[in-house]
Each structure stands twice: as structure tokens, then as C-alpha cells.
Design a binder for this molecule. Structure first.
Ligand code: ADP
Ligand code: TRP
Length: 321
């Protein structure tokens, strides 16, 4: 079974990204053959500064490698290092009705938010279809917002196969329903666009600032507090085991401590959780050539598969003569 997923290089990652996507993707290395790439071409739709894109690509690579992406087990590369995908993108464009793209939620949302419409933004799902179909992907783990894009890839594959025969593999999206949305410091969905994030690899001081911002009710030290509706407790649930959570519940039920104490308990757990990764991260940051070498090997592995598949597709449509 081949599992494929792409990550847009968007820089700073927060614990919502980690528990919502990254952790799941890294764990899927044990479920099948994982193909994971940094979606650099896709990022061009939003990142228009050279240095920012370069830095983001490197940051995402470092973060994923530190968090357990294993280049021996999986194929991990930068999308634009395997440009064959762009040829498939063009071939598939000719099997993509305009209506399909105009109806895409993500496109409609972006243009509704005032982002200027251009061809890259509109055809974004065709490139995503090419990513998926070039590698004969069976399973595509995605967040809810990306399900429609995988459906579009299926529609395109269907039209193509109806024209040329059974050449493209039908992908299935996989959404982990059990994964709750991680709340931000204000209780709403944690998102970099809401300024309510707790970053994974922030300095201790910055982490403290973010954790201390978590919104709670105004019950005082001498009062009993309710854990089940508390934002601090909800975040504790991500980092603590059952015994530790029971201890927290008792602390909420026993007068004498305030939310500041609970926040410190949370902060200690966050530090403890990410400390081993932070060490690895330092290593990769200080050894950029090692990171680039890993990505180059990944691109080589991906290229081989891409070229073979593309050759079959070129043949099917009549480009090999
Ligand atoms: P942001 O909302 O901060 O811009 P992205 O849209 O770049 O985050 O999300 C990247 C990935 O992280 C997606 O797969 C998304 O589903 C996941 N993700 C982002 N925020 C959360 C959250 N608060 N809880 C769970 N998953 C999240
Ligand atoms: N569009 C995806 C996102 O923003 C990233 C992505 C690009 C992707 N190509 C893909 C995800 C192929 C899965 C498969 O999250």
C-alpha cells in the first residue's frame, strides 16, 4: 500500500500542526510505503519572496526529519526537485473541466478572502492530482479541507482512464476523524492566521509567553475549578498520560492553586515532550548539507518512479512516437 502526502512549506509549526497532521504522517511510516514531499510548487501560489520560500523549504525539511521522518524507510523529497510532475499536470489539465476547479471550496474561499485569482490558484488541484497520480498512491492522508482536492484527483483520473484505458491508480483520501482540533490559546482552533498558537520549537521564554496567554475563567486560588471546560486542561490532554491527568483533575478540585500553576505544569510537559526533537533539530540546523543530501537522495528515488510512470502515460496519450 502506498501512502502519499504533501506539506506546504509554511515555516513555523505549532502544536496544532503537530498533533493534527505531522505526528499522524510520521506514524504512517509503519503502515505502508510512505511518500512525503514538501509542496514547493504549491507554495508559489502564496509565497512570493525568494528567501522566504528557500528558508521555509529548509525549515520544513528540518522539522520533519527531527520529528522522525526516516529517509531510509520513506521517500522524502522536495516537489520541485522532481519536475516530471509538471508534465503530468499539463496532460491532466486537458482532462479537467473548468467547472470542477471553479467549484473547489479552497479556491472559492481564497478568492472570497480577497486573494487575487490567478491561474496557479485555480489550477492548484490539478497539480495536486498530478502529485497523487504520478506515484500510484493508494491512500492520501489529509485534513478535512483537502478531501475535495483528492475527490478532484479521482474525477480527473476517471476521465483520463475512460479515454486511454486503466492507467492511473484511484486514490482514496484518509481523514482521521478521531483527531480533535487542537484549541489555541484563546480556545478557538489553533491557527497561525489567528495568532493563538503555541509553537513547537520556540525558545523557553517565548513558550512561556504563549502558554501564559491561554484564556481561562477568573476563578481565584481559594476556589474549586472545573477542568473539563478549561483550555489549559484541554492542552494537558495532549501531553499527559491518564495518571498525570488524574493528578491535574485533583489539583483543579482542590482549592489553593491558580491557573498560573496549571500553566506551568503544562509548560513543563511541553518542554519535556519536544526536548529530544529539539536536540535533533539543532543538529540538522547546524548541518544543512546533511539535510540537502537527504532530500537529494529522496528526489532521486522519487524521480525514478516518476519517470517510469510518466513514460507509460506519455506512451498512452501518443507523445512517444
Ligand atoms: P494553519 O491553520 O496554522 O495555517 P495549516 O492550514 O498550514 O495551519 O495546516 C497544516 C496542517 O495542520 C493541516 O493538515 C491541518 O489539518 C493541520 N492543523 C492545523 N491547525 C490544526 C489544529 N488546530 N488542530 C488540528 N490540526 C491542525
Ligand atoms: N494541498 C495540500 C495542503 O495544503 C498539500 C499538498 C500538495 C498535498 N500536494 C498534495 C497533500 C498531494 C496530499 C497529496 O495541505
Amino acid at each position: 500500500m502506498r501512502i502519499l502526502s504533501g506539506i506546504q512549506p509554511s515555516g513555523t509549526i505549532h502544536i496544532g500542526n503537530y498533533f493534527g497532521m505531522i505526528k499522524k504522517m510520521i506514524e504512517s511510516q509503519d503502515d505502508g510505503e510512505l511518500f512525503a514531499f514538501i509542496a514547493s510548487y504549491h507554495a508559489l501560489t502564496s509565497v512570493k519572496e525568494k528567501e522566504v520560500l528557500q528558508q521555509n523549504i529548509f525549515d520544513v525539511a528540518v522539522n520533519f526529519l527531527s520529528l522522525g521522518m526516516d529517509p531510509d524507510k520513506s521517500t522524502f523529497w522536495v516537489q520541485s526537485d522532481v519536475p516530471e510532475v509538471l508534465e503530468l499536470y499539463w496532460i491532466l489539465s486537458n482532462h479537467t473541466p473548468m467547472g470542477l476547479l471553479e467549484r473547489a471550496h479552497s479556491y472559492k474561499d481564497k478568492t472570497a478572502r480577497g486573494i487575487a485569482s490567478n491561474h496557479g490558484l485555480l489550477s492548484y488541484p490539478v497539480l495536486m492530482a498530478a502529485d497523487i497520480l504520478l506515484f500510484d498512491s493508494n491512500i492520501v492522508p489529509v485534513g478535512k479541507d483537502q478531501i475535495q482536492h483528492v475527490e478532484i484527483a479521482r474525477d480527473i483520473a476517471n476521465t483520463f482512464n475512460n479515454t486511454y484505458g486503466d492507467i492511473l491508480t484511484m486514490p482514496l483520501s484518509k481523514v482521521e476523524e478521531s483527531l480533535a482540533t487542537v484549541p489555541g490559546t484563546d480556545g478557538a482552533k489553533m491557527s497561525k492566521s489567528y495568532g493563538n498558537t503555541i509553537d513547537m520549537f520556540g525558545a523557553k521564554k517565548a513558550l512561556k509567553k504563549q502558554v501564559m496567554k491561554i484564556v481561562t475563567d477568573s476563578r481565584e486560588l481559594h476556589e474549586v475549578k472545573e477542568y473539563s471546560t478549561c483550555n489549559v486542561y484541554k492542552l494537558c490532554e495532549l501531553f499527559m498520560n491518564e495518571d498525570e491527568l488524574k493528578v491535574m483533575q485533583n489539583r483543579y478540585a482542590t482549592p489553593g492553586e491558580g491557573y498560573g500553576h496549571f500553566k506551568i505544569a503544562l509548560m513543563d510537559k511541553i518542554n519535556e515532550h519536544f526536548a529530544p526533537y529539539a536536540e535533533k533539530r539543532e543538529h540538522f540546523i547546524n548541518n544543512p548539507d546533511e539535510v540537502k543530501e537527504i532530500l537529494a537522495i529522496g528526489a532521486k528515488k522519487a524521480s525514478k518512479i516518476a519517470r517510469e510512470k510518466l513514460s507509460v502515460i506519455r506512451d498512452a496519450v501518443g507523445l512517444n512516437y
